[in-house]
Design a protein around this ligand. Structure first.
Ligand code: NAD
Length: 264
């Protein structure tokens, strides 16, 4: 343990199971000394998240459905009552109707557009404001995004729009909270097999394409994402805010695959 996070406390939002990106980040933060609180979305996930939290020494769990503002408020009230202050907040929450994560974006519905935006984008700003109020000594916030916010990816559809807006939120929140020495950044993860990831049409094609054509020639792991989470939540990234930090084996830098990759 490096002790980079010794004496630091924070809330992790978005663990569903041991494949969750939030869990990869939580584990790494714990290994480096952080004290963690978790939210879980509903009773069905409680039984999965509780043993994971216990394995990193935490019994601080709260239910949270970001569609329900009362439950969001209850989370932050509880954190305030129990801890008073925090040092970091990790937001790894996303949802869109999987029936609309396939086919044409043009066919997406208004209802799912609004719901996707609220859950996958606005929930970050809504909690960031509450988290910042508990960071009198500065702090760090991290959310999770995907390159489908910048480029048209097959089937990603309205999630792409939500990620574009989320990335913009990161820049605006970085400005809002910068004078409080609170840093706000996003990790742009390459495709990884999680519950949310599997909901995207032809997810296997996305994983395979990334592995074949990214400069590193592999997918990303929870450990890769945990390392980036540690960097952005710790003082290692003290001068960094408003950034979209890619952890995607370099896929975002290529315009087209190398000729030999096509022949392989
Ligand atoms: P995951 O399914 O493990 O996590 C998604 C989380 O969102 C779950 O914990 C779920 O409970 C939570 N959530 C959904 N709706 C919610 C609601 N109404 N209230 C509260 N929580 C809610 O999948 P993941 O891949 O770890 O996703 C985490 C984040 O990473 C998401 O923002 C996702 O878009 C992003 N991301 C994923 C990938 C990928 O390939 N898996 C790539 C880039 C970015």
């Amino acid at each position: 343990m490096s002790g980079l996070m010794n004496g630091k406390r924070g809330l992790i939002m978005g663990v569903a199971n041991d494949h969750s990106i939030a869990w990869g980040i939580a584990k790494t933060l714990h290994q480096h000394g952080a004290e963690l609180a978790f939210t879980y979305q509903g009773d069905a996930l409680h039984k999965r998240v509780k043993p994971l939290a216990e394995s990193v020494g935490s019994s601080f769990l709260m239910p949270c459905d970001v569609e329900d503002i009362a439950s969001v408020d209850a989370v932050w009230e509880t954190v305030k009552e129990k801890w008073g202050t925090i040092d970091f907040f990790v937001h790894a929450v996303g949802f869109s109707d999987k029936n609309e994560l396939k086919g044409r974006f043009a066919d997406n519905t208004r209802e799912n557009f609004v719901r996707t935006m609220v859950i996958s984008c606005f929930s970050f700003a809504e909690s960031a404001k509450r988290a910042a109020a508990l960071m009198p000594n500065g702090g760090a916030m991290v959310t999770l995004t995907y390159n489908g916010g910048d480029r048209a990816m097959p089937n990603y559809n309205v999630m792409g729009l939500a990620k574009a807006a989320l990335e913009s939120s990161v820049r605006y929140l970085a400005v809002d909270f910068g004078h409080q020495n609170i840093r706000v950044n996003a990790i742009s993860a390459g495709p990884i097999r999680t519950l949310a990831g599997a909901g995207i049409g032809d997810a296997r094609y996305m994983f395979a394409f990334q592995q074949k054509y990214s400069p590193l020639g592999r997918g990303v792991s929870l450990e890769d994402l945990g390392g980036a989470g540690l960097y952005l939540c710790s003082n290692l990234s003290a001068g960094v805010t408003g950034e979209i930090h890619f952890v995607d084996s370099g896929y975002n830098v290529i315009a087209m695959p190398q000729p030999e990759a096509l022949k392989a």
